[in-house]
Design a protein around this ligand. Structure first.
Ligand SMILES: C[S@@+](CC[C@H](N)C(=O)[O-])C[C@H]1O[C@@H](n2cnc3c(N)ncnc32)[C@H](O)[C@@H]1O
Length: 266
């Protein structure tokens, strides 16, 4: 997420902009409130902190970093989840310019009949845009926060996109039908998954033959990307985690200013 609460506040441009600082304080409050709220019916809070002990052996625990949850997967500490009260930030008007969100669809080479799963869809920023590019296909818009599902249902009515199907997933399972999707898209979401291994195992089962898994994540390799550490992901780390479930990198598309577009296939 290109949100300022993910920005590394050591960057000098923050200190020089009073308007931004006011917004920072206000939205940090909203973010904190969002993180405190329980996510009814789920097995995790909206901070992404699992409420039950790990029995899989995939994860280790550590003292949480300021933007992490203290759970480590393959050497990476998992980040906190963005609470639903941060929804307005996902829809901010500057987002297209900051993240060049308009360039993503071209990189994915979508067909009008494609079935897309937008996992960690949030408010549906990408779900609704992509639904128009696949008019004969569909978009499964998956999130674990019931409040985000409400945003998605409201957006579906408002934007008249019947081919968007909001899906309430769990922290381990996006609840997609087997063999049902051509492209699984995760924009600024994968690094928040408290159970990435189980999620990706289930995602792989949902892929049709030739299906692709796309991670759009802030580049950890680039110190000029002003985002907090646990909200970034390096190509090497992503490749390591995807290889563990039998996925290989097909392409790292570098057209976005701050994010990788990492395209994986079986
Ligand atoms: C930072 S937001 C990004 C939203 C959207 N992709 C966008 O770019 O506008 C990340 C979203 O991932 C969701 N999320 C976190 N863990 C998830 C999981 N295991 N399955 C599905 N969604 C998850 C959060 O609830 C949150 O809405």
């Amino acid at each position: 997420m290109g949100s300022f609460w993910l920005y590394n506040q050591n960057k000098p441009h923050w200190r020089s902009n009073h308007f931004f600082m006011l917004r920072l304080l206000f939205l940090s409050f909203l973010m904190a409130a969002g993180c405190r709220q329980g996510s009814s019916g789920q097995t995790a809070t909206t901070t992404g902190k699992p409420q039950t002990a790990d029995t899989t052996g995939y994860y280790q625990t550590k003292q949480p970093a300021y933007d992490g949850i203290g759970r480590v997967y393959m050497g990476r500490e998992i980040s906190e989840v963005m609470g639903h009260l941060g929804a307005g930030w996902l829809e901010r008007s500057e987002r297209q310019q900051e993240e060049r969100t308009d360039l993503l669809a071209d990189a994915l080479d979508l067909k009008p009949t494609d079935a897309i799963a937008d996992i960690g869809a949030g408010t549906g920023y990408f779900s609704f845009r992509f639904a128009r590019i696949v008019p004969q296909g569909k978009v499964f818009a998956v999130d674990i926060q019931p409040e985000m599902i409400e945003y998605l249902n409201a957006g579906k009515r408002k934007q008249k996109t019947p081919n968007v199907e909001p899906v309430l997933g769990t922290i381990t399972d996006p609840k997609l039908p087997a063999n049902s999707v051509d492209i699984v898209l995760m924009v600024d979401a994968y690094h928040e998954f408290s159970n990435p291994r189980e999620m990706i195992d289930n995602i792989v089962k949902s892929l049709r033959p030739g299906g692709r898994v796309v991670l759009v994540e802030y580049r950890a390799e680039d110190p000029n990307v002003p985002i907090k550490e646990h909200h970034k992901l390096s190509q090497a780390q992503a490749e390591k985690e995807m290889k563990a479930v039998g996925l290989r990198l097909i392409k790292n598309d570098r057209r976005l200013p701050q994010q990788h577009i990492l395209i994986f296939g079986k």
